[in-house]
Design a protein around this ligand. Sequence first.
Ligand SMILES: Nc1nc2c(c(=O)[nH]1)N(C=O)[C@@H](CNc1ccc(C(=O)N[C@@H](CCC(=O)O)C(=O)O)cc1)CN2
Ligand SMILES: Nc1ncnc2c1ncn2[C@@H]1O[C@H](COP(=O)(O)OP(=O)(O)OP(=O)(O)O)[C@@H](O)[C@H]1O
Length: 189
Amino acid sequence: MMIDKETLRKQFRGNLATLSDIQRIVMMQEMTKLVTAHPRWQTAQTVAVTLSQDEELPTQLLIHTALIQGKRVVVPKVAPKRQMDFYQVTTSTEYARHRFGMLEPIDAPIVMPNEIDLLIVPGLGYDEAQQRIGFGGGYYDRYLPRTTGYKLALAIEQNIVPAGTWAVEETDVAMDEVIVIRGPREQTS
Ligand SMILES: Nc1nc2c(c(=O)[nH]1)N(C=O)[C@@H](CNc1ccc(C(=O)N[C@@H](CCC(=O)O)C(=O)O)cc1)CN2
Ligand SMILES: Nc1ncnc2c1ncn2[C@@H]1O[C@H](COP(=O)(O)OP(=O)(O)OP(=O)(O)O)[C@@H](O)[C@H]1O
């Protein structure tokens, strides 16, 4: 049965919102372990990562690890017409809060799409054909066709559904890979 994207978006957001602070910390470590062990990470010189907020899976440790490993880290900043660009950040970058709540670098060097080797693409949920549902701005759908970087996404188990659960649009871009992040095992008794 097909479910509309808006319904799934709410469901996926709800699943992410129920994670506890402890679960988030464990997942942040798990994400960092899996991503930094990935061959695409190991060979990447430039990695694109978002500055996570609210219910998103936390990216801080991944960014920190990338900087320590000497990689060039770039983060998105939205531009007019639902476009976005990526800017290089360092430990001394200053940020301002966009009106939708995301932190964005104020005065950082822009990096071109073809310079990005790996993108950790944010999203709420995915299907088993690596299709993605994001926050609904279409920003990544517009950006991804401009880069040849590897498109890697991270998801909790509950937010991966069978292919065909929703109607994929012509402009939707599939991920190259979706890594499942497990939370800490729940005590059952
Ligand atoms: N942490 C993080 N940063 C990110 C993203 C993300 O998913 N996570 N993005 C991933 O794409 C981009 C921003 N995506 C956005 C997606 C939706 C809306 C949004 O809700 N817009 C409202 C209002 C639109 C308007 O006034 O024009 C809306 O659509 O109703 C804003 C930004 C870039 N930065
Ligand atoms: N390349 C594009 N050109 C024109 N419109 C687009 C393009 N990509 C997406 N859109 C439109 O943008 C809107 C939001 O797209 P969608 O629901 O796929 O966003 P999303 O992938 O969840 O969000 P995001 O990429 O910001 O995380 C839709 O109306 C979609 O048709």
